[in-house]
Design a binder for this molecule. Structure first.
Ligand code: VG1
Ligand code: CO
Length: 544
């Protein structure tokens, strides 16, 4: 007989969620009580448990099935009224957001470390989303952290194994457990947002595309939507089966980790369009014939053409971008006469703006794009919006981007990541940079003149909350900018992200290699932050 057991435990000192949930090495999560402690801290924050619904699912990575079972057993142990579990423990991050909203859940737990590799030697993560479907705001993650830091016991139903592979409801003590189709609600939502008829016509008309699911969660979603509902030929979606170790790859859709797709598109016989998504399905990479479309440019192109989708047919009330995202979308907003909100990195800051109806589109330089339809970034949704625009305009993707640059100018953009740095050295680098901010304006570096230097503070226009120290901005007089911040999702040492951009209005100069076009900004950033002296690194580990 199943019964509720109260288990004594001691707190862990490292259960503070970062940019996107609690993300650690898999072997950190396999320590006895580690998962249970954090889950208890989440459940403790859910009010009216007996009438609450909790959503559970993840990207299919190693450990996901076991942790799904643990969460169901703990939800029952804590008297949660209803648990919706994605079949097989699967739910993409945007689908989890969709399910939470559609079924009026109190929240959802998403098991993913996003684009980080999976497996016993890879990473695992637990994210908590609140009732609006978006990532828990800082007030909630801080409360979870405080709770976890003092936790002495957790409640769990022992000897409970739920069949998470068979659709339908069962009971575990007083808790109703429903195993749901992970794709159905999401696919239905996409049918309401987009004109599937128009997309079907595009895909039936000889349009050639590829979607690389990178052996991660978007496979089943993309096969259902692109191939089954929209009629794209079988095989359009590649690496479509979610694997616990993502086939040994990094499920990160960028030109480094999706090199094959970029090679195909920049080779002699490119397709009309190619895209990829990350481990948990919230990021997107877009590749036009001949070139990779920088996420900041993609956001700007989508903003300029958003009305191609019925879900945005009334136009955008405003747009938002994370601070390090390039200012390309600002130029579109100015032309449209709408406002741009500049937020800290991380999707949680967009939810208030979306809830208040202030924006209809938002995005990040890290390949996240989204809208009001859920409260997460959404990889496949971005692909469908691109296809809607291509269908409506009849313009090839490469020509569309070039025409965009010709009209608005091009914001050359790149991000340099220095990974696995010594944590102290990275902290000292940013501290030294911060200390020098007042003296920088007016000085020249690598032929560029610094106009403004500050540390980004965000005041949420809806609830007035203030978030400080969100990235150091150096703005140059020459239309260029460098931003420095430390990653909040890494699992080894510190990662320094350096975001570099420069505006080029002249169409005759829109065909350059971004690294070359940005050479002066790159040199200036390296010098201002003393990157080589302080980290010992003469080049970034990842350039995207
Ligand atoms: C990174 C990105 C950020 C994104 C976050 C979660 O955070 O820079 O834009 O929102 O990952 O994305 P950081 O702190 O490492 O820079 V995902 O797809 O990992 O859920
Ligand atoms: Co992700």
């Amino acid at each position: 007989m199943s019964r509720i057991e109260t288990v004594a435990t001691t707190p862990f000192d490292d259960q503070r969620p970062g940019t996107s949930g609690l993300r650690k090495r898999t072997r950190v999560f396999t320590q006895p009580h580690y998962v249970e402690n954090f889950v208890q801290a989440i459940l403790d924050g859910i009010p009216d448990k007996a009438s609450a619904t909790l959503v559970v699912g993840g990207d299919g990575r190693h450990l996901g099935r076991e942790v799904t079972q643990t969460i169901v057993a703990m939800a029952a142990g804590n008297g949660i009224g209803r648990v919706l579990v994605g079949q097989g423990g699967l739910l993409s991050t945007p689908a989890a957001s969709c399910v939470i909203r559609k079924h009026g859940a109190a929240g959802g737990i998403v098991l993913s470390a996003s684009h980080n590799p999976g497996g016993p030697d890879g990473d695992f993560g637990i994210k908590f989303n609140v009732a609006h479907g978006g990532p828990a705001p800082e007030s909630v993650t801080e409360a979870i952290h405080a709770r976890a830091s003092g936790l002495r016991e957790y409640r769990i139903v022992r000897d409970a194994t739920i069949d998470i592979d068979t659709l339908g409801p069962t009971r575990l003590l007083d808790t109703r457990v429903e195993v749901i189709d992970p794709v159905a609600d999401y696919a239905a939502l996409m049918e309401t947002f987009f004109d599937f008829e128009a997309l079907r016509r595009l895909l039936a008309g000889g349009f050639r595309m590829r979607f690389d699911a990178m052996s991660a969660i978007t496979g089943p979603y993309a096969v259902e939507i692109l191939e089954r509902r929209l009629g794209a030929p079988a095989g359009t979606v590649v690496n479509a089966t979610p694997l616990p170790d993502f086939g040994g790859h990094h499920p990160d859709p960028n030109p480094v980790h999706a090199a094959e797709l970029v090679a195909l598109m920049t080779g002699p016989d490119p397709l009309d369009f190619a895209a990829a998504s990350d481990g948990d399905g919230d990021r997107n990479m877009i590749v036009a014939p001949g070139f990779y479309v920088a996420p900041s440019d993609s956001l700007a192109v989508l903003a300029a053409n958003a009305t191609a989708a019925p879900g945005l047919a009334n136009g955008l009330p405003g747009v938002a971008r994370s601070m390090p995202t390039s200012r390309a979308v600002d130029r579109v907003a100015q032309a449209l006469g709408i406002r741009v909100y500049e937020t800290p990195t991380g999707w949680k800051y967009f939810a208030n703006l979306l809830d208040a109806g202030l924006i209809g589109l938002c995005g990040e330089e890290s390949a996240g794009t989204g809208s009001w339809h859920v409260r997460e970034k959404d990889g496949l949704w971005a692909v469908l919006l691109w296809l809607s625009i291509l269908a409506k305009t009849g313009t090839p993707a490469d020509a569309l981007v070039r025409a965009h640059w010709a009209r608005f100018g091009r914001d050359y953009y790149t991000r340099h990541d220095y990974e696995a740095l010594d944590t102290q050295a990275a902290g000292a680098l940013t501290a030294a940079l911060r200390a020098r901010l007042p003296e920088l304006p007016g000085t020249s570096v690598a032929g560029l003149t610094i106009a403004q230097a500050d540390d980004f503070t965000y005041t949420d226009p809806v609830d007035g909350s203030v978030t400080k120290a969100q990235g150091i901005r150096i703005v140059f007089e020459e239309g260029a900018r460098a931003v420095f911040r430390l990653s909040g999702t890494g699992t080894e040492g510190a990662t320094l992200r350096v975001y570099l951009e420069r505006f080029e209005p002249d169409p005759a100069r829109h065909d350059r290699d971004p690294q070359e076009a940005l050479a002066a900004v790159i040199a200036a950033a390296r010098e201002i932050a003393q990157i080589e002296t302080r980290t010992g690194r003469s080049a970034p580990d990842v350039t995207s």
